[in-house]
Design a protein around this ligand. Structure first.
Ligand code: 5RP
Length: 227
């Protein structure tokens, strides 16, 4: 699928004008986009970038892009990001990285949020091979787990553990992640606001009704889906 991710990333270049402000998420598709951007001298010199990801930031700085701090930005022309899965209405699950709070912030700032992916990520309906992830302040974790179980009978909320050390994953904001595994998703139009009524939850990894377009590379070529 890596070649298809490259194809989707290359197609994204058509949307980027010199001088624009660009937000970039995480993952290999975004890394491919950065490689292509570097080859366009007029873009490398003129665009301003901001990213939700430490790894993406390293790459942008290494290649000499102008990188702004998220805290200094409130508007972007475009935000590009990959995802784990997205549906025909362009609702996306961004559960793997655990950096969805920053990703959602940048997506919300942008005039256009464009998803990039290979065809395997494009599904009729989101399904439960990925959890819905919550970023939660540490003090609220037991309470949030109890409330999630009360609210959704088909939910199994678990603290995300680190595979590199003994203990939980700590986000860059100093919080914990709770992966909610569902045996079937409740109606996705209401999941976010039901969860966000629970005190202690910062954000969920369900990007409901946020993306404006998706660039999908499949075996038959590139397809652009717009809302
Ligand atoms: C990180 C993400 C990534 O965009 C997602 O995992 C896709 O990665 P890749 O482009 O490597 O398939 O959501 O939070």
């Amino acid at each position: 699928m890596e070649d298809l991710k490259q194809v989707a990333a290359k197609a994204a270049l058509d949307y980027i004008k010199p001088g624009s402000s660009i937000g970039l998420g995480a993952g290999s598709t975004i890394a491919h986009l950065i490689h292509y951007l570097r080859e366009e001298a007029s873009l490398l010199e003129s665009i301003t970038t901001v990213t939700s990801s430490f790894n993406t930031q390293q790459l942008l700085q290494e290649y000499g892009f102008k990188v702004k701090d998220i805290a200094s930005v409130s508007h972007l022309d475009l935000y590009f990001d990959g995802c784990d899965q997205f549906d025909h209405q362009l609702n996306a699950l961004k559960s793997g990285g655990g950096i969805h709070t920053r990703e959602k912030l940048l997506a919300a700032m942008a005039d256009k949020f464009i998803l990039l992916g290979d065809g395997s990520k494009y599904v009729t309906q989101l399904y439960t091979t990925f959890p819905i992830v919550l970023e939660v302040i540490p003090e609220a974790v037991p309470f949030v787990i109890k409330q999630v179980k009360k609210l959704f009978s088909l939910a199994n909320p678990v603290i995300r553990l680190s595979n590199k050390k003994d203990g939980a994953v700590i986000t860059e904001n100093g919080n914990l992640l709770i992966d909610i595994w569902f045996s079937a998703f409740p109606p996705i139009d209401s999941i976010n606001h039901r969860l966000k009524e629970i005190p202690g939850i910062l954000e969920t990894s369900l990007f409901y009704n946020m993306a404006h377009a998706a660039i999908i590379a499949g075996k038959k070529g590139v397809e652009v889906i717009k809302k």
